[in-house]
Design a binder for this molecule. Structure first.
Ligand code: ADP
Length: 209
């Protein structure tokens, strides 16, 4: 049996990753594949570290603080996550994840941790087969989030400069991660288009994986 594929959707909050993940999920299901698909995301509640990471993101304060702690929580949460989904991949199940280690690289590097140190914390985890990074200007993402969530903002979502440096980090991961952590198949897609146009691109790229 061939292994399932780990497919990751990434980008700043409001880039449309959840929307595209759901569309790809429906698309794979409707293509008649009999085997289940596991849809998941990070950080998650599979262990206490995911909860700690979420609480850190939700709490008020300076987005630049807590960076080392964040790398630790996210990496431990990812270890638990790997223990759950890697056996599924081995059974041929595809895994679709809303965020993976790219978030760690983009956010925690913007908080001042080097890419090399973040790579060290992520050593040994499963590399994705395919990653979509949806790129949108920060003001567009903020506007979408305001529509989606009202004014209920997390601390990272209110700070334009911080989110902009996270966005710029995402844009360079495609050239950095293949060398650093053997993550080779990263595609940046212009997310500032209609949901349908973006999904056409997602399907096109997915079709040769
Ligand atoms: P994320 O999961 O990246 O935070 P979502 O997929 O939840 O983002 O999208 C954020 C909001 O923007 C949602 O209300 C969604 O319906 C909307 N949205 C998603 N993609 C687009 C798009 N291409 N154009 C306009 N609005 C979009």
């Amino acid at each position: 049996m061939t292994d399932g594929k780990l497919i990751v959707f990434e980008g700043i909050n409001g880039c449309g990753k959840g929307t595209q993940l759901d569309l790809l999920h429906s698309y794979i299901r409707s293509s008649g594949k009999a085997i289940p698909i596991f849809t998941t995301g990070e950080p998650n509640y599979f262990d206490g570290n995911g909860r700690m990471a979420r609480e850190m993101l939700d709490s008020e304060g300076n987005p630049y603080s807590n960076n080392l702690k964040a790398v630790e929580y996210f990496a431990e949460n990812r270890r638990t996550h790997n223990n759950i989904f890697v056996p599924m991949l081995k059974k041929g199940i595809d895994v679709l994840s809303d965020r993976y280690w790219h978030s760690n690289f983009a956010f925690q590097n913007a908080q001042g941790i080097s890419y090399a140190d973040i790579a060290k914390a992520n050593k040994g985890f499963r590399a994705p087969n395919l990653t979509f990074i949806l790129d949108v200007p920060v003001n567009i993402a903020f506007e979408r989030l305001r529509k989606r969530d009202g004014d209920n903002r997390r601390k990272f979502e209110g700070d334009f400069d911080f989110v902009n440096s996270v966005r710029n980090n995402y844009l360079e991961l495609g050239s950095i991660l293949p060398r650093l952590i053997k993550d080779k198949n990263i595609f940046v897609i212009d997310g500032n288009r209609s949901i349908t146009d973006i999904f056409e691109k997602v399907k096109e790229i997915y079709s040769f994986f």
